[in-house]
Write a protein that binds this ligand. Structure first.
Ligand SMILES: NC(=O)c1ccc[n+]([C@@H]2O[C@H](COP(=O)([O-])OP(=O)(O)OC[C@H]3O[C@@H](n4cnc5c(N)ncnc54)[C@H](O)[C@@H]3O)[C@@H](O)[C@H]2O)c1
Length: 442
């Protein structure tokens, strides 16, 4: 099949592109290198060194004999993405290309606006481009389990059968997201469901849990094929962060009581879940939701597990309770259904001592690269202005202005608030990042 991976330079998108290419699909990747840019500006970095997209693709060609086609650009640029879809003619699009961090979206107004514009407008552009050029294409969209929040009833896969005042219907499951980032995913879901209804598009919304792991079969083939690995307070997800803390014997920092329960999955299962969705597409006009995770844990359980595994390797750790920077229930009911991908054939990799040990071994090799000062959380959900990077400045405004013009990001003038005319007026820039990290206009 012809498959287009949006966000194909990221933690999940790059291994996904190789996974699908190795299965014999013709794969294209789209990325604007936003994550690399934000790292440079914010003082964060992938723990595992990663090659440029150009170098990765060349290495993949050498190792596998397969070709991945790159498209450098921003999906917020409609001319760019519609042209890619028109020319590449994907049968499925796998959409990983969003700003993926909840803390980033809660730094301040600029970061919240940046996140929601980047994510919601990007997805909206994809929907329009699919409708105009490739209406039978299946959109596989990465959402998150965080869209649901933590209701005091079972969480269903996307829809709930409700009886109300003597009448019955099947309706979208209520969403109670926990950050402006999670809200962007909820807004995406509504836009996608609407486009399926009015234009007959087909889409699978994958409400993914928290992903852990460093390696897939493809990244293990050659060092140059490694995927990024984030561990800092902005980009790192919880289990990956605990593993990094473990290898430098830093206390495992549990936010609040640690009774927060979430769904988790191994990065190798992410690859397979997406493949299963592609191989079993929805009907035209169908919008469906799969809950994509394999196990649920409390944060404290994960900390205990990492502590115990590290102990067997001679690393002695404390578990430290930090004030919870997030606004979230500390202990709650959590029972989220996740049977639809298993019904399609998913055979989960469960979190075991063996896997955790292999993650710790891999990370140990890079412990000299760990920037300790970036591990602790900077962003307090209760504040509207937080420090925005671990370096002198994130320069987010500069980047946003380069991408979308300055109207959305100026302060102190009521007349310049967020409005449709502001969107229409913004120039859209296109740029490429060369292997030396320099950003150049296309
Ligand atoms: N990693 C997880 O645990 C997890 C869990 C649930 C959902 N997700 C979702 O999966 C997706 C991928 O997450 P990830 O961890 O790989 O993040 P990532 O930041 O490593 O990858 C995202 C990629 O998308 C690119 N991108 C962002 N905005 C873009 C734009 N406007 N145009 C083109 N490219 C753009 C970035 O440069 C980056 O390479 C995200 O949508 C995220 O919300 C991730």
């Amino acid at each position: 099949m012809r498959l287009l991976v949006i966000g194909g330079d990221g933690y999940l998108g790059w291994p996904q592109a190789m996974f699908l290419s190795r299965k014999g699909h013709h794969v294209g990747v789209v990325d604007n290198f936003l994550h690399r840019q934000l790292d440079q500006k914010g003082g964060t970095d992938s723990l595992i060194p990663i090659c440029s997209l150009e170098e990765r693709i060349a290495a993949w060609g050498e190792v596998s004999g397969e070709r991945i086609e790159p498209f450098s650009g921003d999906i917020n640029d409609y001319a760019f993405i519609s042209d890619v879809i028109k020319r590449f003619k994907p049968e499925a699009i796998i959409h990983y290309g969003e700003q993926p961090s909840a803390p980033f979206s809660m730094i301040d107004r600029d970061h919240a606006v940046f996140t929601q514009v980047n994510n919601i407008v990007g997805t909206l552009n994809l929907l329009f481009a699919i409708k105009e050029h490739q209406p039978a294409c299946h959109l596989v969209k990465l959402g998150t389990m965080g869209e649901y929040g933590t209701p005091n009833i079972d969480i269903e896969e996307g829809f709930i059968d409700i009886s109300h005042n003597g009448r019955r219907d099947i309706l979208p499951y209520p969403k109670q997201p926990g950050s402006f980032y999670h809200l962007s995913k909820v807004h995406d879901s509504h836009n996608i469901m609407f486009a399926c209804k009015v234009w007959g598009l087909r889409s699978t919304d994958l409400n993914q849990g928290v992903v852990y792991g460093v390696e897939t079969e493809e990244t293990a083939l050659d060092e140059r094929l490694a995927t990024r690995f984030d561990y800092d307070g902005i980009w790192g997800t919880v289990l990956n962060r605990f593993c990094v803390q473990a290898v430098i014997e830093h206390p495992l920092t549990v936010y609040g009581q640690g009774g927060q329960t979430r769904g988790f999955l191994d990065i190798r299962d992410t690859m397979r879940c997406v493949e299963l969705a592609i191989l079993n597409p929805p009907a035209p006009g169908e919008y469906r939701v799969f809950n994509q995770f394999t196990e649920q844990f409390t944060i404290r359980q994960l900390a205990e597990l990492v502590k115990e595994t590290a102990r067997k390797k001679g690393l002695f750790l404390e578990i430290a309770q930090e004030d919870d920077p997030r606004v979230e229930a500390q202990a709650h009911y959590y029972n989220a259904k996740h049977t639809r991908l298993v019904d399609l054939g998913l055979k989960p990799h469960y979190l075991s001592d063996v896997l955790l040990e292999s993650i710790l071994d891999r990370l140990f090799r890079y412990r000299h690269r760990i920037r300790k000062e970036t591990i602790l959380p900077l962003v307090d959900w209760r504040k509207t202005r937080n420090p925005c990077g671990y370096g002198p400045s994130t320069g987010l405004q500069g980047l946003a202005i380069e991408l979308w013009g300055n109207r959305l990001f100026s302060e102190g003038n009521g007349a310049r608030s967020w409005s449709a005319s502001a969107i229409n007026a913004v120039p859209v820039s296109r740029w490429n990042m060369a292997s030396d990290g320099a950003v150049k206009p296309r």
